[in-house]
Design a protein around this ligand. Structure first.
Ligand SMILES: [Zn+2]
Length: 149
């Protein structure tokens, strides 16, 4: 990162903060040579650690693909799914993390999916929270009815 004043190739970060939407990091820098201050904006990277241990970049498309199955036959549109994937990404980025387990993504999908479609939510939750019996469904439905899920 060259200093815009004297072209010195080195600079020191004096402040960094995540933007409100969580999608970028704004850094305040100072040139050690001339003392000039300037700002840079960088896209924050977000990686997913899969169960196999493989690390790959977060992908909204993969969130949509995962949720789409649970939404089969439900009145959920592609724009609904795109909005859900955006909400999930922003929620994760706002935590300030740069790496997240694939399973945690599944869990962070639950809340926005519940608001979108309760049947799709139950299908998805049964996989990600490993429902094993009818009782698990019953308690999830009871929580939905009580508004506490
Ligand atoms: Zn400088």
């Amino acid at each position: 990162m060259h200093c815009p004043f004297c072209r010195n190739p080195d600079s020191r970060v004096i402040d960094s903060r995540t933007s409100d939407d969580g999608l970028s990091i704004r850094r305040r820098r100072q040139c050690p040579k001339c003392g000039g201050r300037f700002s840079t904006s960088e896209t924050a990277s977000l990686n997913v650690i899969k169960r196999s241990g493989v690390v790959e970049p977060f992908s909204r498309d993969k969130v949509v693909a995962g949720v789409r199955k649970a939404c089969q036959g439900r009145p959920v549109t592609d724009p609904d799914l795109a909005m859900l994937a955006q909400t999930v990404e922003e929620t994760i980025r706002q935590t300030g993390t740069s790496q997240i387990n694939a399973n945690e993504i599944g869990l962070s999908i639950l809340q926005p999916l519940r608001e979108l479609d309760e049947v799709a939510y139950l299908r998805f939750a049964s996989v990600y929270q490993a429902f094993e019996s009818l009782e698990d469904f019953e308690s999830a439905i009871a929580a939905l009815r009580a508004g506490t899920a």
